[in-house]
Design a protein around this ligand. Sequence first.
Ligand code: EPZ
Length: 432
Amino acid sequence: MDRFVIEGGVPLRGRVFISGSKNATLPLMAAALLGDGPTTLFNVPDLRDTRTMADVIRYLGADVRFEDHVMVIDPKGFQNAEAPYDMVRKMRASIYVMGPMIAKLGRARVSMPGGCAIGPRPIDLHLKGFSALGAKIDIEHGYVVAEAAKLHGAEFSLSGAAGSSVGATCNVLMAAVLAEGETVIHGAAREPEVCELIAFLRKMGAKIEGAGERVLRVTGVQSLHGTEHTIVADRIEAGTFMVAAAITGGDIIIDNAPLDHMDAVVSKLHEIGARVEQVPEGTRVWGNRENYSPTNIQTWTYPGFPTDMQAQFMALLSLVPGVSIIRETIYVDRFLHAAELNRMGANIQVLNGMATVVGVPKLSGAPVMASDLRASAALVLAGLAAEGTTIINRVYHIDRGYESIEKKLASLGGKVERVSDSAPDEPLALEP
Ligand code: EPZ
């Protein structure tokens, strides 16, 4: 089980390239199963999660070749309509294969994902959409069993208690594109990753209107063909590196930040007092912690402040004099990083989905435990700014969503070293 050893106190300087978006790649990999021919994806990030998804798709009978950030998926052998517990528990996004299974094979038997470190993670909205399209849904021994001789168009809402759902919108879209007739989805998610899936499905021959809006209109088609697509840069990785520059008082250039999708994150950095500016070489991010002010953050669905950046900003705000309030509205339990930050000297209180962050003059390095992907990122950021040595255990969490983050940080002058040992990486709990 690998761990990171971080020596803090070095302001990051230099240039960094952002990898392809994990959360755009995963639904596109599943959507490739809908085609009658092979699909090639370029700029695919080399992550635990993309490799896990490739294994899931191979298990279903398709052929997947992944080399040097290029992935070729040939769905010819796609016949297996079952995604077992052992696979789904490793990565919740495995449930993205349900839509293609139901649409192409007329059946699906997929393990319920269950909860994970950031919350209960229900899939009721996914199932609501599938049944509206005509699938018969049963829950048997921890599995969702779906049967649908033929899917038909329908009009329904996918808005839930926490607003729209990225996963449900993607999953149900992947079924609706091959359903007979018109489908209207109200309360659709508008995240850039959903828009990228829509663009990809349209390249395959799907008929979808309304990308980026709350209402999507789909006209079912008989079949879809394979295509080629280049994955957009990861807006959460880019945001994480912006915070890395801000928290260390550094000055970096991000070659390829998808700024069009980052308004909420950039405006929060400006509010705090960090600077983000488009320059000819890319996006320059710099700051001086002496000039920072506290701020309040409420996570929300896109284009609101992304929940996937909440932990990283908590690390930053823990060093900003004054009181900052963070409200988490998407995953109310997504605060496991607070206790670990407090072990480094932060002063954070969490109650009822809200964190009160009282800035402290310094953090001190300590051995800490990663609990989930973005919490791990927050601990890396805190370690980069802390005095002394921070040891982060179970970095397999961070390897799920960041490609070689320690190499990228080291290229910016960060003192981050990966230490491997023989213990297996097997996740102990259910994974987000
Ligand atoms: C996606 O998860 C992302 N994962 C998450 O990123 C991200 O945090 C989340 O969207 C929100 O932006 C991937 O794209 C692989 P949701 P997803 O369905 O689709 C509730 C990361 O760190 N809900 O939009 O699972 C749910 O409980 C990961 O990269 C239902 O109630 O999120 C939550 O409160 C973590 N019923 C809210 O909706 C459902 O059927 C948003 O969830 C589905 C969701």
